[in-house]
Design a protein around this ligand. Structure first.
Ligand code: ZN
Length: 280
């Protein structure tokens, strides 16, 4: 099986224990304000990484260790809403920076937002209500009273490109930005394997059956916590029947009649482009 190397982001390794005293030159900071991150706007737009030391006069929370990549150590810190920003920096919702900052930086920025939100939302134990503290051996929090451990949530979702001869099935959901068409996607339910999720979602959204599922690849989609697992499948039977709720339009399209589909790099686009190139 040939995997398509569409996802080339280098991972940030959550290596524990946290390094004790990295040199200032090895530290990089992501500054988070609510669910936005700071990015360099002047003179050259394009980075979310701030080198140590942080500008003087900047108020921010205790640093949170994120992880390590190559020889650098990454930290997140929260700055209060309304606080002074370093010169040349502005804040932006993290998702809107996609395509504006390098993918490798974008991955760290969205991770920083995720982790600060995880810490904020899990200050207290979901079982007994006592205070939690971060573990020092892995990315998790432990309850100081009952020792329950909480991990950042990851929500697996399938995404599947369905083929029928020279045609592909694309569908549009009512909340699709700019009326883009896409492939079928949906969240995994407890107790299902991913193949069962594919069959259920395809049946629910377009009323057909598929066969011959092939794994394509996967992509984290941290807005807020999805992991997209991509498949290709063949049409097995049935005519398209849409529910008009999750899907408002769907059809079979040839390479010459494709509707608008997302222009940004994503697993959706990668699946459709691989199909256009006859690689799947
Ligand atoms: Zn507890």
């Amino acid at each position: 099986m040939e995997h398509h190397p569409f996802y080339t982001v280098r991972p940030l390794l959550p290596i524990y224990p946290e390094p004790e005293e990295p040199s200032s030159g090895q530290k990089r900071w992501i500054l988070v304000q609510n669910s936005s991150v700071l990015f360099l706007h002047d003179p050259t737009p394009g980075t979310v990484l701030i080198q140590s030391p942080l500008p003087t006069g900047l108020t921010c929370s205790e640093p949170v260790y994120l992880g390590t990549r190559e020889d650098l150590f990454y930290y997140a810190a929260e700055i209060p809403v309304g606080a002074m920003l370093p010169e040349g920096w502005r804040s932006s919702p993290v998702r809107e920076l996609s395509g504006k900052v390098p993918d490798n930086d974008m991955a760290i920025a969205s991770y920083a937002v995720r982790i600060l939100d995880f810490d904020r939302s899990n200050t207290f134990c979901g079982r007994c209500g006592a205070q939690t503290r971060p573990l020092t051996t892995e990315r998790a929090r432990i309850c100081t009273a009952c020792s329950r451990i909480t991990y950042p949530r990851i929500s697996p979702a399938i995404i599947v490109l369905i083929k029928k001869g020279e045609e592909v099935l694309l569908a549009r959901s009512p909340n699709s930005p700019l009326g883009f068409f896409s492939v079928i996607a949906g969240f995994n339910e407890p107790g299902e394997n991913l193949e069962q999720t594919v069959h259920r979602e395809v049946d629910e959204e377009v009323g057909i059956t598929v066969r011959n599922l092939r794994y394509f690849g996967s992509e984290p989609w941290p807005f807020p916590d999805s992991l997209m697992i991509g498949f290709v499948a063949d049409h097995a039977g049935g005519e398209i029947r849409i529910d008009n709720l999750e899907i408002e339009a769907a059809g079979w399209f040839t390479r010459d009649s494709l509707p608008p589909f997302p222009s940004k790099t994503s697993i959706t686009r990668s699946l459709i482009e691989a199909w256009i190139r006859r690689e799947v």
